[in-house]
Write a protein that binds this ligand. Structure first.
Ligand code: PLP
Length: 403
């Protein structure tokens, strides 16, 4: 066995960015002892019951009986997948040339490349609060200064965004980008209406700031139509990030970025793992072809809609009446605002003792807010477990009130 060097002896090896002390990350997730009986409503994983196992097996089978050089050797990304993404985006009124589009291993890869090509340590970026912890943790770890703009039921508070941009400009600071999830936001489930979308892209153009539009849940809508994408409203100032994780399977690690060619060119330069692999690109394209993906998305939407409503109905039946919550129109999450006497610090240990867990709101902010907020995912657990989990959580809230 190799004797490891003492941390203090190797500290000088690391870049300034990775010398940060891990304990200061405010987004760290440390759920107390869950057992295998705990119903976790914490994680926004896809529902495994809906993974398209048979179509995937059929596609792999046909790929492995064909020309193996185009699937298993070094080869570029399968052009058919790029065409499929172009076709899907064109339907949303976003026509893309090849130089405006890049594939990646999950949108997480794109989000982690952004600071490399757009920022220097200390640069200011703007994020929603609460937001997707994975993105903000990446930005935080790159030494960026993070300004947080609150999210309301209709998305980012644009009055506050505007005043923040004015303040920064007065200080001689230009924010490098605005990271937003305008549709079925993680974690709040909120969706920005059209008028606000126009105002947001107008602010980006006025202040010369790129918007990063993370549309991870954009296809997962319930009964309502999908609002226009920000990039469809102003392609000049928006970099759009889409993913197959929620509509096919997170494990395929397939996503895309599209937007100004100058940004895509630089993202490509730093994405060095090599063309996303001919195997996975072909697999995703082959499974999704001939309208199959649209039909699959319709199945997902009906399924997630049912689970979301089961969660909302059970919340209405079992939570104390002064607990507020959002009613999402799509996506994976219900976001809950707790009354003063039920902070997460009290609720979480008691909930876990009662066999249910959730994501504390504090993990969704870069600045320690969210002490009275929780995210409940209806995506992963079965319908029965979603209902049972919410019952346990409601009972826990009432118990804490009596105690
Ligand atoms: C808003 C948002 N963006 C991106 C991701 C990561 O997606 P991917 O699997 O494409 O990396 C997630 C995953 O939960 C997410 O919620």
């Amino acid at each position: 066995m190799i004797t490891p060097p003492k941390p203090a002896d190797i500290q000088h090896l690391f870049s300034q960015i990775v010398q940060y002390d891990e304990s200061i990350s405010p987004m760290e997730l440390d759920l107390p002892n869950e057992t295998h009986d705990t119903i976790s409503l914490a994680y926004g994983d896809a529902d495994p019951a809906l993974f398209p196992v048979k179509p995937l097996i059929a596609a792999v089978d046909s790929m492995l009986t064909g020309n193996l050089d185009i699937t298993l050797n070094y080869a570029p990304a399968y052009a058919g997948l790029i065409e499929l993404v172009q076709e899907r985006m064109a339907r949303l009124h976003i026509p893309l040339t090849r130089s405006e589009l890049m594939l990646a291993n999950g949108s997480s890869q794109i989000l982690s490349l952004l600071p490399q090509i757009l920022c220097d340590p200390g640069d200011v970026i703007i994020v929603e609060g609460p937001t997707f912890l994975g993105a903000v943790e990446t930005f935080f770890n790159c030494g960026l200064t993070i300004e947080t703009i609150p999210v309301r039921e209709d998305g980012m508070d644009l009055d506050l965004l505007e005043s923040t941009l004015i303040r920064l400009t007065a200080q001689g600071i230009r924010a490098k980008f605005i990271y937003t999830i305008p549709t079925f936001q993680n974690p709040t489930g909120s969706t920005m209406p059209l008028a606000n979308r126009h105002r947001l892209v107008g602010l980006a153009a006025r202040f010369g700031v790129i918007i990063v539009e993370d549309d991870a849940y954009g296809d997962l809508h319930f009964d309502n139509p999908i609002p226009p994408k920000l990039i469809a409203l102003d392609p000049t100032w928006v970099l759009y990030v889409g993913t197959f994780s929620k509509i096919l399977a997170p494990g395929v690690r397939m996503a895309w970025a599209c937007g100004p060619a100058e940004i895509i060119k630089r993202l490509n330069r730093f994405k060095t793992e090599g063309s996303n692999g001919p195997f996975m690109t072909r697999l995703v394209a082959q499974v999704s072809a001939d309208g199959w993906l649209d039909k699959h998305i319709a199945v997902l939407n009906a399924h997630y809609n049912t689970k979301c409503h089961a969660m909302l109905n059970t919340i209405a039946e079992t939570f104390p009446s002064d607990v507020r919550y959002n009613r999402p129109l799509g996506g994976f999450f219900v976001y809950v605002y707790l009354p003063n006497d039920l902070p997460v610090s009290r609720l979480l240990p008691a909930a876990i003792a009662n066999g249910v867990s959730f994501l504390p709101g504090t993990t969704c902010y870069a600045d320690g807010q969210g002490t009275h907020e929780i995210r409940l995912a209806f995506s992963f657990q079965s319908l029965e477990k979603v209902v049972e989990g919410i019952r346990r959580l409601g009972a826990t809230m009432h118990q804490l009130r009596i105690a």
